[in-house]
Design a protein around this ligand. Structure first.
Ligand code: UDX
Ligand code: ADP
Length: 464
């Protein structure tokens, strides 16, 4: 089966970069990325390729090469579905905020809407691919809708979870550790569909790195991978608190432990807590599924990863208040970094949101600087919490365009994203411009303690 036209529903952090790379690597395949968000599509089509809505190192070059040639962005979802042989579903699957499974289960309403639209519009057989992270057995629900509401058209459903990490998306897509494709491998039609997708990836990825499984294994592998990764961060963060009490240094512990080849050195960087759209959502989902099957011990085991992460964010904020003589009321605190990690403008579940919220409850005045996140997003993140009115957030939080400006006249500075530029700031000048004693809290362990203490800062880094 030769694929000529691909449609991807959802032009977000997953759909956008993934389709850009497929289009770049497969110039003979037309790739149309559609979204109901007109503003987002306009930004993807912006003449100046630097204005695309997602910041990822290297992405604008890929888009520049393929856009208009065989990569298109559009809001005409129906036409793109109709013309496609293969449809990727890459829409958001947030945690449910209402009803059964509130706060835990994934909200599948966007997925279901896509399935119904595909069923309604399709006139010829298609391969439908789950790209968004989904609860195990979502494919069964998709199949049910597609098979029962369509006009006799045959659909093959594949699971092809995305493992890219934001900030390194292009690199991860160009050179992935593995690609995972789950399909109905017990039937000929299912095998053909899997092969069609394997052929696309095999254009640039060695075949031995393309794994094929049944659909359920593929769906569960994605949740498992994210749960294991998040668990490592929570494990090292648990140790960071112990390090602070015992005089050990968490980076030294991580280095010593990571040298064990069975453990490995990656993903052992202690921080103010993991963020991002996936880890918390996927673990909550795992907990929910486990509970649904009555596996309470399994559910509790994974829930602890989230409990530890919430604790880490809270204790960092508490540390700031306690260190500033138990009150931050009316004090100016500079927050450096709002994105959930460096090299992305994504702020979903960023620790900065929760630390800021805590400090606002303590009546601090907050000034934020982030090199890539725009001010509307920062206010939107705070407004979304619904703990304060929009006006209160704008009154208590100022957003500025440089780190120096944020730190001027501040009582304390908190580094919450590991942007490289924070390491090369003129910290002596920043110190001079701050109120004394000048407190510096490193939630990412990127700053050198000795040089900051020599300048005169009262320095705290998580985990030592
Ligand atoms: C993650 C998975 O890595 C990726 O495979 C999956 O497809 C989506 O979810 P992402 O959330 O984009 O990717 O970024 P990741 O690099 O995993 O970081 C997640 C969070 O953990 C960030 O807040 C990061 O700062 C934090 N983290 C990561 C640490 O605090 N310490 C570490 O050692 C690693
Ligand atoms: P992710 O990180 O999973 O890519 P995003 O929120 O960045 O998530 O992107 C998901 C995109 O899917 C959003 O731009 C949203 O507008 C889009 N979307 C959601 N539902 C639909 C739908 N039914 N049709 C088209 N696009 C949709």
């Amino acid at each position: 089966m030769k694929i000529k036209n691909i449609c991807c529903i959802g032009a977000g952090y997953v759909g956008g970069p993934t389709m850009a790379v497929i289009a770049q690597k497969c110039p003979k395949i037309n790739v149309t990325v559609v979204d109901i968000n007109q503003k987002r599509i306009d930004a993807w089509n912006d003449e100046d390729v630097e204005n695309i809505p997602i910041y990822e190192p290297g992405l604008s070059d890929v888009v520049k090469e393929a856009r208009g040639r065989n990569l298109f962005f559009s809001t005409d979802v129906d036409s793109a579905i109709e013309n496609a042989d293969m449809i990727f579903i890459s829409v958001n699957t947030p945690t449910k905020t209402y009803g059964i499974g509130k706060g835990m289960a994934a909200d599948l309403k966007f997925i279901e809407l896509c399935a119904r639209q595909i069923a309604r519009v399709s006139k010829n057989d298609k391969i439908v691919i789950e790209k968004s992270t989904l609860p195990v057995r979502t494919a069964a629900a998709l199949k049910n809708i597609l098979d029962n509401t369509g006009n006799g058209v045959k659909f093959q459903i594949l699971s092809n979870p995305e493992f890219l990490a934001e900030g390194t998306a292009v690199q991860d897509l160009m050179n992935p550790d593995r690609v995972l494709i789950g399909g109905d491998i017990d039937t000929n039609k299912g095998k053909e569909a899997v092969e069609a997708l394997v052929d696309i990836y095999a254009t640039w990825i060695p075949k031995e790195n393309i794994l094929t499984t049944n659909v359920w294994s593929s769906e569960l592998s994605k949740l498992t991978a994210n749960a294991f990764l998040a668990q490592r961060v929570s494990s090292i963060n648990a140790m960071s608190e112990l390090c602070e009490k015992t005089g050990a240094d968490v980076d030294e512990v991580a280095r010593a432990v990571g040298k064990d080849s069975r453990i490995g050195s990656k993903f052992l960087k202690s921080s103010v807590g993991f963020g991002g759209s996936c880890f918390q959502k996927d673990i909550l989902n795992l907990v929910y599924i486990s509970k649904t099957f009555g596996l309470n011990e399994v559910a509790d085991y994974w829930e602890q990863v989230i409990i530890m992460n919430d604790h880490q964010k809270r204790r960092f904020a508490e540390k700031i208040v306690k260190t500033l003589f138990n009150t931050v009321s009316g004090k100016k605190i500079a927050i450096l970094g709002w994105a959930f990690k460096k090299d992305t403008n994504d702020t979903r579940e960023s620790a900065a949101i929760y630390v800021t919220d805590y400090l606002l409850n303590e009546q601090a005045e907050i000034v934020v600087y982030d090199p890539k996140v725009n001010p509307e997003q920062i206010y939107a993140d705070l407004d979304y919490l619904s703990y304060r009115s929009d006006e209160e957030n704008r009154k208590a939080v100022t957003i500025v365009s440089s780190a120096e400006e944020a730190c001027k006249d501040a009582h304390a500075v908190a580094v919450l994203t590991e942007w490289e530029e924070f390491n090369v700031l003129d910290w002596e000048k920043i110190y001079e411009d701050m109120l004394k004693p000048a407190f510096l809290f490193d939630g990412r362990r990127i700053l050198d303690r000795r040089s900051k203490e020599n300048i005169g800062f009262e320095f705290y880094a998580i985990g030592s």
